[in-house]
Unconditional design. Structure first.
Length: 423
């Protein structure tokens, strides 16, 4: 008995079935949208134009990877991030009216407004259509610009000048096909560029350092510092200097600001250099403030060499090499190793500790000039955004107070007098 041959699937029939399913789903979307406006009477206004609305609906976002340097996981991150933003961000249909997310604006609202613009005679007795159509073009532009700027921000926040620069561009365009209405389409283009590393002279030797910059839209902006920003005047070379950072400084920053995502840390670094606060120290070095949410968390130690500003290391604000750290050491009698033992050289340790709820311990930090640090810890603990915060506080305050009590017994009267004057 001969075997029956399996029939090959009719691709044309499958396409028609899928198209019909998509059309039915889109009509349900239109019905849902009309219910937001006020009821079935609005669906009746649009009923004759359902085929037209379906034909001009916006196309799904398309991702284009521009070169092979873009990791697959970053492409997936961009797609997930933008989808989450577009489905989460909302806008009013009209002033004081119901809200819909950006995806539904592009997929449903824009086609409806186009259709109503073609047939202005379609109005309702309550004037809802007039409210809905008011400034429709301006609303489209705002939503599109919001999405474009959000996409560009991914390249800014996710780039790591020691690893990769990413550029993310979101473009809206109109697709024109012969015999079919124009459709709104969107394309996300992702590119990646390699970092710039070079050898920089340090003393008698040389060290590898990465050029500091950030990625925005379709280009890389390199950081440069004018000598006057460092308080230098009448220098022989009064031109802006490129900024380079040693790997050691990056590692120290990431160790001390533990719990902060690397891309956000790099963004904080760029903002800190944009709003530069620096002062000279001994040995021809400079301390440059590293700020998070405009609150001081530490310092970069930088020096001028090879006609560049080289960032050599990072100091957490409690480190004995900083003004606040020296003051804290004078008040408590704790040295570098003591701080390391208590883990006060790490931001997340303080965030997850009970220091914030202990008035005596908190007062010591405030007297040492670390009030902003405590404010930052409080904000991190309350918001938890972009931080790895534990659910429960870890006991550290009593350990700290007992430790410094023993140390204070060995502190000179001069230091105790210094502490008293700070009250």
């Amino acid at each position: 008995m001969s075997k029956q041959k399996k029939k090959k699937p009719n691709l044309e029939a499958q396409k028609k079935l899928l198209l019909a399913q998509n059309r039915n789903e889109y009509i349900r979307k239109i019905q849902w949208f009309c219910s937001l406006l006020g009821g079935s009477q609005y669906f009746k206004l649009l009923e004759k134009g359902l085929d037209f609305l379906f034909c001009i609906r916006s196309k799904a976002m398309k991702i284009v990877v521009d070169n092979s340097k873009v990791p697959e996981e970053f492409t997936a991150h961009v797609k997930q991030y933008l989808n989450r933003y577009i489905t989460g961000k909302r806008a009013e249909l009209y002033e004081g009216g119901p809200e819909v997310n950006y995806r539904d604006w592009l997929f449903v609202v824009v086609p409806v407004q186009v259709y109503l613009g073609i047939y202005p005679e379609l109005r309702d007795a309550d004037g809802i259509i007039d409210k809905f159509m008011e400034n429709s073009r301006e609303k489209w532009v705002k939503i599109m610009l919001d999405i474009i700027h959000k996409a560009e921000s991914i390249g800014l926040t996710c780039s790591d000048f020691s690893d990769y620069f990413f550029q993310v561009k979101y473009n809206f365009d109109m697709e024109k096909k012969e015999g079919a209405p124009v459709r709104l389409c969107s394309t996300v283009t992702i590119t990646a560029s390699s970092p710039v590393w070079r050898q920089v002279k340090v003393g008698a030797g040389k060290r590898m350092a990465a050029r500091v910059g950030w990625s925005f839209s379709d280009s890389i902006h390199w950081m440069s510092i004018d000598p006057a920003q460092l308080g230098l005047k009448n220098t022989k070379e009064n031109r802006p200097m490129d900024v380079y950072m040693q790997k050691h400084a990056l590692n120290r920053m990431r160790e001390r600001i533990d719990g902060r995502y690397i891309d956000i840390m790099n963004h904080d670094l760029i903002i800190s250099f944009f709003e530069l606060k620096a002062f000279p120290t001994s040995g021809g070095n400079f301390l440059i403030e590293y700020r998070i949410s405009n609150m001081k968390a530490g310092y970069f130690v930088a020096t001028i060499t090879d006609q560049v500003l080289l960032i050599r290391t990072f100091l957490f604000i409690t480190h004995v090499g900083t003004p606040e750290g020296r003051k804290l050491a004078a008040i408590t009698g704790l040295g570098k190793l003591d701080q390391k033992y208590l883990a006060f050289d790490n931001l997340l340790t303080l965030v997850n500790s009970d220091i914030l709820s202990n008035e005596e311990a908190k007062g010591i930090f405030i007297h040492a000039g670390c009030g902003e640090l405590l404010d930052l810890c409080r904000i991190i603990r309350d918001s938890k955004n972009f931080w790895k915060v534990s659910e429960q506080e870890k006991p550290l305050a009593e350990k700290f107070l007992k430790y410094i009590k023993a140390a204070k017994e060995e502190i000179s009267d001069e230091i105790l007098d210094f502490w008293a004057t700070e009250e």
